[in-house]
Design a protein around this ligand. Structure first.
Ligand code: C5P
Length: 314
């Protein structure tokens, strides 16, 4: 009698995808006593994704692959590892996890790649350990990890207040198409906020003006890319340009190539250009490449969902 070999059980693994974001509008108030700035912002999650694969391990470990993998810290400074540890502590798990991050969102690019990793790690470990935590519990943990992590969990399009962590979903119609000029030289978010304080500390209104985004919200509801392009706004843009004057080039290139609007994404240095269509996004990307103003060029559509399990094995 011949025995059919038993296929080895696949290692228990959870794979989660989380998107990068842009701030369609970012309005910044004065620094508070905790060192943070009150924000009124409109986030949109776009189809540039991080993937985090969680497998059981005795210890907490992290590996990274992808275009800029070598510049990502793999020690305790990594936000995804911090997320896994925090969740383990919260639910009393006394084992570790191995996280493998496949990076595609630009590193230190103003598109919340590190926050996406943290959100993905929370969702992956939550599924691996079957914690039974509610979505609100995960959102609380996310907010304690970083201002952008809750949005990386929820995705789509949302208005952010507080530090950017208090979210209200925004109604949108259809898809918007983007081209991104990515720089390998990142910008430090705290440094950009410090430059903002120096430039605008004296004239910043006590509360960021959410009312100013009414036309932007109308454009989103109507699915009107032209009106959205005209309404894009970033209070941090002058500060990012002060620290990295070369960013004027991709901004100008996108305008010349007929972008409906172009802004520095979040604290930069990624430049996001809004296109008329998917084809036009490719034209904008080609213009970035041809003029040599970007280290890497991406196109993506938004909005897309937040951190989600894409596959899991038992
Ligand atoms: O919350 P997160 O750790 O991502 O913030 C990184 C840094 O960005 C903060 O230490 C602070 O300097 C700056 N920041 C800010 N105001 C915000 C969000 C971030 O000043 N609303």
């Amino acid at each position: 009698m011949t025995l059919t070999p038993v296929a080895p059980l696949p290692e228990h693994e959870v794979r989660v995808r989380a998107p990068g974001k842009i701030n369609l509008s970012l309005r910044v108030g004065p620094r508070d006593e905790d060192g943070y700035h009150p924000l009124s912002t409109v986030f949109q999650a776009v189809g540039v994704f991080e993937e985090v694969v969680a497998t059981p391990s005795e210890t907490f470990e992290l590996t990274v692959s992808g275009p800029q993998a070598e510049v990502v810290p793999t020690d305790d400074g990594n936000l995804a590892l911090q997320a896994a540890r925090l969740l383990a502590e919260r639910v009393g798990i006394d084992t570790g996890v191995h996280l493998h991050v496949v990076k595609d969102v630009p590193v230190a690019g103003g598109m919340a790649g590190g926050s996406a990793d943290a959100a993905a790690a929370l969702v992956a470990c939550d599924a691996l350990w079957r914690t039974g935590l509610s979505r609100d519990d995960l959102l609380d943990l996310a907010a304690s990890l970083g201002s952008d992590v809750p949005f990386s969990l929820t995705g789509h399009t949302a208005v952010g207040s507080g530090r950017g962590h208090l979210l209200t979903p925004a109604l949108t119609r259809g898809e918007f198409h983007w081209a991104f000029a990515v720089q390998h030289r990142g910008l430090s978010t705290p440094a950009v906020y410090r430059a903002f304080d120096e430039l605008h500390g004296h004239d910043t209104p006590a509360e960021p003006d959410a009312e100013a985004d009414v036309p932007l919200m109308q454009a989103l509801r109507a699915g009107d890319a032209r009106a959205l392009g005209a309404a894009l706004h970033n209070d941090l843009q002058t500060a990012a340009l002060e620290l990295d004057p070369g960013l004027a080039e991709p901004l100008a290139v996108a305008e010349d190539a007929g972008a409906l609007g172009v802004i520095v994404s979040g604290s930069g240095p990624t430049v996001a250009a809004l296109a008329r269509s998917r084809q036009h996004a490719l034209v904008l990307a080609a213009a970035f490449t041809a003029s040599g103003v970007a280290d890497r060029v991406l196109t993506a559509a938004g909005p897309v969902a937040g951190a989600r399990v894409v596959s899991a094995t038992d």
